[in-house]
Every structure is written in C-alpha cells, then in structure tokens.
Design a protein around this ligand. Structure first.
Ligand code: SF4
Ligand code: SF4
Length: 421
C-alpha cells in the first residue's frame, strides 16, 4: 500500500553527534529547557556531551534525567542529528551501570498493571482517586500525586476481541488488516479499540488481532533497554510476518506506533530484516484512513456529529509529529460535515509518557503544557482531539475539557458505537 508521505525515519543514520554545528536550534525548541534551569538543553546534553562519553563508563551527566524524550530536538535539527536518540541511549547506559529505580521499573510495566488490575477495577479506581493514597504513592514511590492516572475499564480489549471473534462471519475475500491496540487501549480505553475495529470493518477490511505485547516505549524512555527489547522482539515475532506478506498493521496510539516504526531500530538497535519489514508495514490509524481516502477507497458516508460542531482544537503529540506524515487526523476529520478541527500552535503538552508521572518532574510537565492548556480553554469547544493516551489524560486533567481520540469522532460520524459486537 502506498503511503501519502515518505518515511523519513527509515532513512536516517542513527548516531550523528559529529554532524552537530552547535547552532542551538534544538535548545531553543526544547520544551523542558525553556521551563527549568535543571536541564541545560539538548545541544549540551546530547551531541556535546556525547563526544566525552566513554562507551565503557557510566554517563557522568545527571541532568540527562530531565530529558523527557519528547523528540522535538531530533525533529527540528537542521543537520539531522538524532539528539533524542543519543540522550535515550545515554540514559540506558546510566541504568546499566547504576540500576533502575523501583519507581521507573513500575512505570515501565504499565502493560502488566493494566491487565492485573482489571478484575479489581472499581477498588483501584476508587483508590487512585483517594487523596491520602496518592500522597502515599508520592512519598513512598516518587509518583506525583497530581498526575492523571487512567481508570481501569473493568474489561480488556483482548477479552472483548476473543469473545467477539468466535461469533464473526467474515467474507473470505476481504482485504486483511492487523490491529495493534497497545496496553492503554487494552486495559483503560478498550472502547477506542472497539471503534477502530468497527471503522476498519465498515471500510471493508477483515481485521485480525494477533497476540502482541506492550510496544516497550515506557521501558525504553526510562532507560530499561533490556525490558524494552524483550517486548520489541515479541512484537517483531508476532507481527513482522504480516508486514512481510504486505498486510498493513494499524494502531491507535501515535507513540506506540512510532516505537514500532522507528525506535526498535534507531534506539534499541534491533537491526534485522524483520524489524525493518515491521517498521515499513506499520500505520497510524488516521494515516491509514487518509491513505484510503487519497486512493478513493474510504467510505465517506459521514454524518454531522450530535452535539459537536464548529471549530474544535486538535493537538498533535510530539511522538506523532516524529512520524513525518503531516497531520492525517485533520485530513480525515475535515470529511465530517459541520466540523473543523484546527491544530493548536503549541509543541508539547509536557507529559511525555511516564515523565509527568514522576514527582520531581511534575511541575515541569505542567509548565511545559501551559500554553497548550490555555489554547484549549480559550477555544470554548466542548472537546479537544489528540492521538496519544497520556497526552489526552494530561490535557483533560489540566483543562477540564474532554479530550478524545480522532477515531472516536470518525466512528460517531459513521454512526458506529461501542454497543454490541
Ligand atoms: S544538534 Fe542540531 S539543532 Fe542542536 S545544536 Fe547541533 S546542529 Fe544545531
Ligand atoms: S527529547 Fe525533548 S526534552 Fe529531551 S532534549 Fe530533546 S527536545 Fe529536550
């Protein structure tokens, strides 16, 4: 299937510190350096420090911890220096030599907590709303009491899929697409997965959902490359074969999909044919629908949305911008009659996956997103749109505005609901 955009991340040389000309463009763009003196900025911590790092010695640079791995520096560098990748590799070396703090180990294993907590959803949801419990988490584990913890749905997407699969009667000749749901959709937002499956089926696809694991990004961004590589290999084994047979793999989390598209090779260093095949075969769901539309294959029986019309704000998460695919969600949303989604002129919401869940980083996460939060509030819209889960939860918490995934509006406009199979 032809992409609307090129795949810039497939062509990039991973470690290019020597190409840095010290122009400071990255430092000017870095959202963290802009709000805290604790982080001297990507040029200093990235390519500059890299020249003095001995691969056999731990990184001496403590401020590296404050890099949120948002990737904006890599995106803006005019000389192709992979600054975020350099920083993430250096973090991993630090973890190798100093060990992984318990809090970061816990945050990296969200996939487990999502599934293990599902049978206890009502108790856990109450507990995570209980202020003394949050305070205890902050004091004992270093997790911010102010962070937007997700709610367990009480059932998993995987469980719903298993029950549903046994009842499905699909046309044998329909084109096949694989759905990659990610751990957040599995345990916290299974409705997004259900809608994604139904939208793909509405467009004539036979959806398959092979066994799969966490993308590994929460571990990777905490420097736990051992854990991240284990999950990455599981996904490569489960999914690369589909990609090699030309079957698209479509996902609803902009950050998970970026891990499969680029990070496995360019950060985790998994350089083999299967990893590259997977990278080339993975699609963000809006990118996939926009591609179908460009080919005249997308169903356009969109109806105006009940209760939502006019202009709504859209935030493209940093991880999504790194795909280098434009803003496909906007391209698809503009097909909905009476709706106009407009991108907010703000770079980062500040949460950066697990970063804003850490007590010592929480204020930075809130300060980074200030401009974005103001724009969402000022819009006066009943909701905002964003492609990545932790960004959605963070923006919703900081603004009081409901934040949805694009697929929720697309499905609603098709008349598709989460009800029934
Ligand atoms: S990493 Fe790139 S943007 Fe940053 S100082 Fe070097 S050349 Fe400039
Ligand atoms: S990844 Fe983000 S926080 Fe880290 S140095 Fe780059 S721009 Fe700054």
């Amino acid at each position: 299937m032809e992409r609307v955009h090129e795949l810039p991340y497939l062509e990039i040389t991973p470690f290019t510190a020597d190409h840095c000309l010290k122009c400071n463009v990255c430092t000017q763009a870095c959202p963290v350096a802009a709000v805290t003196p604790l982080f001297p900025g990507p040029k200093t911590v990235g390519p500059q420090a890299q020249r003095f790092r001995d691969p056999d010695l731990p990184s001496p640079d403590r401020s590296l911890e404050y890099c949120s791995s948002c990737g904006i520096c890599t995106l803006v560098c005019p000389h192709g220096v992979r600054v975020m990748e350099i920083n993430t590799q250096a973090k991993a070396r630090k973890v190798e030599s100093e060990g992984l703090p318990l809090r970061n180990w816990v945050l990296g294993r969200n996939a487990w907590w999502g599934v293990l907590g599902t049978p206890f959803a009502p108790i856990l949801n109450w507990l995570f709303d209980f202020k003394p419990f949050r305070l205890g988490l902050e004091k004992t584990m270093g997790m911010s009491r102010r962070a937007a913890f997700p709610k367990w749905a009480g059932y998993t997407f995987r469980g719903w899929w298993r029950r549903r699969k046994s009842k499905l009667r699909l046309p044998a000749d329909a084109p096949t697409v694989v759905y990659y749901y990610g751990c957040s959709t599995n345990a916290y937002e299974p409705a997004i997965g259900k809608l994604a499956v139904k939208v793909l089926e509405h467009n004539g696809f036979r959806v398959v959902v092979p066994e799969q694991g966490c993308c590994g990004l929460p571990m990777q961004s905490n420097g736990d490359f051992k854990g991240a590589r284990r999950f990455a290999r599981k996904n490569i084994t489960a999914l690369a074969d589909y990609a090699q047979r030309g079957i698209p793999i479509v996902g609803t989390s902009g950050s998970c999909i970026m891990a499969l598209k680029s990070d496995y090779e360019h950060i985790l260093g998994l350089e083999d044919d299967a990893t590259r095949a997977l990278a080339a075969g993975v699609w963000d769901i809006s990118e996939f629908l926009a591609m179908l539309h460009a080919q005249g294959k997308l169903k356009t029986d969109f109806k105006p949305l009940q209760g939502v019309s006019g202009t709504i704000p859209y935030h493209a998460p940093c991880q999504l911008k790194a795909h280098g695919m434009g803003r496909p969600a906007l391209d698809v949303l503009e097909l909905i009659p009476g709706l106009r989604a407009v991108e907010i002129d703000a770079d980062c919401c500040g949460i950066a996956g697990t970063y804003g869940y850490k007590a010592e980083k929480r204020q930075i996460a809130e300060d980074v997103g200030k401009h974005l939060f103001e724009r969402v509030r000022q819009s006066g819209a009943p909701l905002a749109v964003c492609d990545t889960e932790t960004c959605r939860w963070h923006i919703a918490q900081m603004t009081g505005v409901r934040v949805v995934h694009p697929i929720q509006l697309i499905a609603q406009s098709y008349g598709i609901t989460t009800q029934g199979d």
